[in-house]
Design a protein around this ligand. Structure first.
Ligand code: IPE
Ligand code: IPE
Ligand code: MG
Length: 246
């Protein structure tokens, strides 16, 4: 009995990462402005966090705003940053009470100072929480992440802290914005698109991929359960022989 429970626990992914896509199409199907889709998407975020906690996932990364999303124009960008600000002001206390540790990854320097301060406050408040580490990818791009890590490693070599042969995969991983976070076990994308759109490029090397047809605002606990079921049925090999033919 106890070993069965242990087996069941072993197939719960440690780190789930989600590309939350389809807010705009959800809204346009209803004749609503895109902002309504983003608002409904924020409610789906709350459902997703709750499901992750209930299911015992340790790390949840949500792709909320890509480095390329800055090209959407000032109105949509300000709608999205406004929503983020609202979410921080109204939800951080609740997340803190739930034991969620918040971490923001991305080129945060592109946001204005007051928003950056709010992000820092939320991180500081929740720093010691252990129940779920929630990473929000904001102004995030996988290539940008790799580039900033390359620059920092290069500076350390230039300053004599490192020699080039000391640059290992582990050292490089520790210079990414996700330093200290295990690689995602599963990367999910909603809305029926089959691409990564510059998300966690280095970190997803061996992630299982799950694509759902659902638009993000419709995402609920049932979809989260589906992701975990699909993940549990996958055989991860990491380049080794299939277990059945050993
Ligand atoms: C995802 O929904 C949210 C962000 C990228 C900020 P979209 O806004 O991309 O919605 P679609 O893909 O146009 O439907
Ligand atoms: C990816 O979605 C980024 C986020 C979900 C935040 P996009 O809607 O921006 O991606 P593309 O443009 O369809 O590839
Ligand atoms: Mg999209």
């Amino acid at each position: 009995m106890s070993s069965l429970l242990a087996d069941k626990k072993a197939v719960v992914p440690t780190h789930v990462a989600i590309i939350m896509d389809g807010n705009g199409r959800w809204a346009s199907e209803r004749g609503l402005p895109r902002l309504a889709g983003h608002r409904a998407g924020a409610d789906a975020v709350a459902r997703c966090i709750k499901a992750a906690i209930q299911r015992g996932v340790s790390y949840l990364t949500l792709y909320a705003f890509s480095s390329e999303n800055w090209s959407r124009g000032p109105k949509e960008v300000s709608d999205l940053t406004g929503l983020l600000r609202y979410y921080l002001r109204h939800k951080v206390k609740e997340l803190h009470a739930e034991g969620v540790q918040l971490r923001f990854i991305g080129d945060l320097g592109r946001f204005d100072t007051s928003l950056r301060e709010e992000l820092e406050r939320a991180e500081a408040l929740t720093r010691n929480n252990k129940r779920l580490v929630l990473l929000l990818a904001l102004s995030y791009g996988g290539r940008g992440d790799i580039m900033q890590a390359v620059r920092r490693v290069a500076q350390e070599v230039r300053d004599g802290w490192l020699t080039p042969d000391q640059i290992s995969e582990e050292l490089f991983t520790n210079h990414l914005w996700t330093a200290g976070v295990p690689d995602p076990d599963v990367v999910v994308r909603t809305s029926g698109e089959y691409r990564l759109s510059n998300f966690l490029l280095w970190q997803s090397a061996y992630a299982e991929l799950v694509f759902l047809d659902t638009f993000w605002p419709d995402f609920n606990e049932g979809h989260f359960a589906t992701v975990l079921e699909l993940y549990a049925r996958r055989e991860r090999r990491f380049g080794a022989r299939p277990t059945a033919t050993v």
